[in-house]
Ligand binder design. Structure first.
Ligand SMILES: NC(=O)C1=CN([C@@H]2O[C@H](COP(=O)(O)OP(=O)(O)OC[C@H]3O[C@@H](n4cnc5c(N)ncnc54)[C@H](OP(=O)(O)O)[C@@H]3O)[C@@H](O)[C@H]2O)C=CC1
Ligand SMILES: O=C1Nc2ccccc2C1=O
Length: 304
């Protein structure tokens, strides 16, 4: 779970590149089934710029594009870390995996991704119910464990899980514990759900942060603006690099994205400087003055 160079070490001893490139959000194309060359080109650009970690999901409907970009770039399979996610759906999102269960879902996704295995498979959100899915959360987890045993996933984890959801899995005597909880995290949302960062860390579950640049993109004007900008001048970095670095120094892995080569490159150049402990604390402290939540608002904005 600790940062070692440009990787985090996971509780199972495996490693994960410490910055992820997302193929959801601006690339999300649920319901559009033709291959989108803009997405192929963007992911290819990211891989060719050196991004070693690609964050996809069935619901993004961009797995074929990821597969195409892996082929086009000629990158060796072992040199890129590929994540996929099982989308259970729920009341607020119409989308739902078209497959019967996570085991069948990943096997179908591997064909689109044109790979034999993924490095990480996540349950995209905890809204799995026996009545609607035919299996509960603990049983969903067993499908992921079987994917590990059968060689289709190297690591398994969860996303958007609250403490209670993690407890369901941890208390079910799992064969493998979740190694990751991917949640929305930025200076203005330091816990997607109450106490989730501390709870995840204390169970050796690495927190990964989606939408880490929220304060820059959706949070302005805001209480961290001037301070982040001052640090950017001090370290000769961009505001976004300061935000990504502060996420890392909170022991959390940032997942960002961009269509622009310079920004992709900048997102990978956050390992050659270090904020002081006080600077990270100050960003966190200033950040507490504001809340910014962009995803799963129907489920979680009750905590704001
Ligand atoms: N598990 C889940 O439920 C969720 C997972 N995710 C995952 O996380 C990924 C990242 O999420 P996202 O919210 O996009 O992350 P970010 O907060 O990093 O925002 C990325 C956006 O910022 C822009 N950007 C990048 N660098 C800069 C910069 N220096 N200055 C100004 N704008 C910049 C990019 O656009 P541009 O092209 O203009 O650079 C892009 O649209 C997703 O693609 C997905 O894989 C996201 C949401 C939910
Ligand atoms: O990237 C994403 N965009 C989304 C929109 C709604 C729910 C989940 C997601 C993602 O994971």
């Amino acid at each position: 779970m600790s940062l070692q160079g440009k990787n985090f070490k996971l509780s199972n001893g495996n490693t994960i590149p410490a910055v992820g490139y997302g193929v959801g959000t601006k690339w999300f194309k649920f319901g559009r089934n033709e291959i989108d060359d803009n997405v192929v080109n963007a992911v290819q650009l990211a891989i060719e710029t050196g991004a070693p970690h690609i964050d996809g999901a069935e619901v993004y409907n961009t797995n074929k594009e990821i597969g195409q970009s892996l082929t086009n770039s000629g990158v060796k399979r072992e040199d890129v870390f590929v994540t996929d996610k099982y989308f259970a759906g729920d009341g607020s999102y119409q989308a739902r995996s078209t497959n019967a269960n996570p085991y069948e879902a990943l096997k179908a996704d591997l064909k689109d991704l044109n790979v034999d295995y993924v490095d990480l498979y996540l349950i995209h959100a905890p809204f799995v119910k026996k009545e609607t899915h035919g299996f509960d959360l603990a049983e969903a987890w067993q499908y992921l464990e079987k994917l590990v045993d059968d060689g289709y996933a190297k690591n398994i984890g969860v996303s958007n899980f609250a403490k209670e959801d993690l407890e369901v899995i941890l208390n079910s005597k799992p064969k493998y514990k979740p190694v990751i909880n991917q949640i929305e995290y930025n200076a203005y949302l330091q816990n997607q759900t109450p106490g989730i960062v501390e709870f995840s860390k204390s169970n050796d579950i690495l927190v990964t942060a989606y939408s880490p640049l929220g304060p820059l993109l959706k949070g302005k004007p805001g209480p961290i603006d001037d301070y982040v900008n001052k640090l950017a001048s001090k370290y000769d970095k961009t505001d976004s690099q300061i935000l990504l670095r502060s996420v890392l120094q909170n022991g959390i892995l940032p997942i960002t994205t961009s269509s622009k080569k310079e920004r992709i490159k900048a997102s990978l150049e956050i390992f050659d400087f270090e904020l002081t402990k006080d600077e990270v604390s100050e960003i966190n402290k200033l950040g507490e003055q504001k809340t910014l939540r962009q995803y799963w608002t129907k489920e979680y904005s009750k905590y704001d």
